[in-house]
Design a protein around this ligand. Structure first.
Ligand SMILES: Nc1nc2c(ncn2[C@@H]2O[C@H](COP(=O)(O)OP(=O)(O)OP(=O)(O)O)[C@@H](O)[C@H]2O)c(=O)[nH]1
Ligand SMILES: [Mg+2]
Length: 442
């Protein structure tokens, strides 16, 4: 089965925590700090890979996690970096971030790749926090958080030429005689339910042709899985519109032609702007009058028509020649980009509000929140006065204390960060050691 849509969860690795450790050597009573940095967490990378054609694998495995970074170790040893996880998808896959609904990346070509979830940074070990006044920092930085997100993968087939038309008009037959593809061919509707690709080779040139399942009236509103099928046409550069000119199923070929074009036009996405050439198939069963009438009608509308008897390979070559010429003309024109709304990685990485401290009131208690604050909070050793002062200085230097005072903060009031509460006293702020710490941390 051809699967062209999948929803998965990805999670990068968390950064390893910095280590808190002190040198212990015989005969050296007061060893300094030697806690090393944590390793960076692994990234989730998504890459378009030549070997793949479907999103089938994603039906069985839905959760993808990169490795966490290792915690730092004593003797200034770094923690090992977590391994990246590379998720392979077929070329033509569009990756969408479910939360924002925006396109993260359109992996058009083989080898295209991007980082879809960044691993957390490694936390700094306590050796980094030593300075002239604090010889024995009893805390280290926590590793950066992992990123987790839900994403949707949508495979949009990429082909140069798409074969469109009603069911049973001979699209698969045309693919089978002009390429080495071996699609199922049978005398009933919807024989083809997933697109087939084939390579048409002519002279020293080649192009990719896709046999798309038959369209019916109302396809643009979803009839006969129409929307799924129409989506594949979006990614083709031109169309060959196959019509049963003999009317062997009792329909009028002129009406067939108009109905399919009506569906293409109603779907939008510029499908009707794609160059289209017409194949009048089943010529062996048609009368000359039928063909002439159809040809006149279609040419009148400005399309080129080619008579065809696909199973006996009559008329195939002139048709493919015309397609090749059209493609050559197209490749000289500037390529148009898909008009997606793109996900903003910059904004996410350097979130404007990352450094912001938010203040709220819970009755008499002042509650502080903020992403950077949380990170520093997690790195704080609450058994160590130096570490707690560090946190306090950070809050003060962010201007949060002034804001708190504006909101009515007074000596003795309680301030809460996550689950840690402390009482505020104004004079706690001013010692020279803290000045230095606070400045350094900016
Ligand atoms: N007599 C005649 N029969 C044809 C011709 N082209 C295709 N057929 C027959 O028409 C039937 C349908 O052909 P397919 O190639 O499966 O048609 P399709 O357009 O791919 O059909 P779906 O996949 O159902 O949309 C088969 O029985 C073919 O043998 C033709 O030029 N002449
Ligand atoms: Mg078919």
């Amino acid at each position: 089965m051809f699967v062209d849509r999948a929803k998965i969860t990805i999670r990068s690795g968390k950064g390893g925590n910095g280590s808190v450790s002190f040198r212990r050597e015989p005969f050296v009573p007061q060893g300094g700090p030697d806690g090393g940095d944590g390793g960076k967490g692994g990234d989730i990378v998504i890459r378009a890979d030549e070997g793949l054609r479907t999103l089938m694998d994603f039906r069985y495995k839905r959760k993808y996690e990169a490795e966490n970074g290792e915690d730092g170790k004593k003797k200034k040893c770094f923690g090992k970096k977590g391994a990246d996880l590379v998720i392979r998808v077929p070329a033509g896959t569009v990756v969408i971030d479910d939360a924002s609904g925006k396109v993260m990346k359109d992996l058009v070509h083989h080898g295209d790749s991007f980082v879809a979830a960044k691993g957390g940074k490694g936390g700094k070990g306590n050796v980094n926090f030593k300075n002239s006044v604090r010889q024995a920092p009893n805390f280290a930085e926590a590793g950066g958080l992992a990123q987790e997100r839900q994403i949707t993968l949508i495979l949009k087939l990429i082909a140069d030429v798409g074969l469109v038309g009603f069911p049973n008009v001979g699209k698969s037959t045309l693919l089978s005689v002009s390429t080495s593809a071996d699609p199922k061919i049978a005398n009933y509707h919807f024989t083809t339910i997933t697109p087939n690709l084939g390579v048409v080779s002519m002279y020293d040139q080649s192009f990719i042709m896709a046999d798309i399942p038959g369209l019916i009236e109302g396809a643009h509103t979803g009839a006969g899985l129409g929307l799924d099928f129409l989506k594949h046409i979006e990614r083709t550069r031109m169309l060959i519109h196959v019509v049963d000119v003999s009317g062997s199923e009792g329909r009028d070929p002129k009406e067939d032609f108009d109905k399919i074009n009506h569906e293409l036009a109603s779907y939008g996405k510029k499908l009707m702007n794609k160059p289209q050439i017409v194949a009048a198939n089943k010529m062996d069963m048609a009368t000359q009058e039928q063909y002439e009438a159809f040809k006149a009608y279609v040419e009148e509308k400005g399309y080129q028509v080619f008579p065809l008897s696909a199973p006996i390979n009559e008329g195939v070559r002139p048709l493919m020649n015309a397609a090749l010429q059209e493609l050559q003309r197209l490749s000289k024109l500037p390529q148009e980009e898909d008009s997606y709304e793109y996900f903003d990685f910059e904004a996410e990485g350097e979130e404007a509000d990352y450094r912001e401290i938010y203040i709220d009131r819970d009755g008499p208690v002042f509650v502080l929140t903020g992403k950077q604050l949380l990170k520093i909070f997690n790195s704080t050793n609450f058994n160590d006065m130096g570490s707690i002062r560090y946190l306090y200085k950070y809050i003060e230097n962010k201007g949060a204390v002034d804001k708190l005072k504006d909101m009515g903060l007074q000596d003795g009031d309680t301030i809460r960060i996550i689950d840690y509460e402390f009482e505020y006293y104004d004079e706690a702020a001013a010692t020279s050691e803290e000045e230095e710490d606070g400045n350094r941390r900016q």
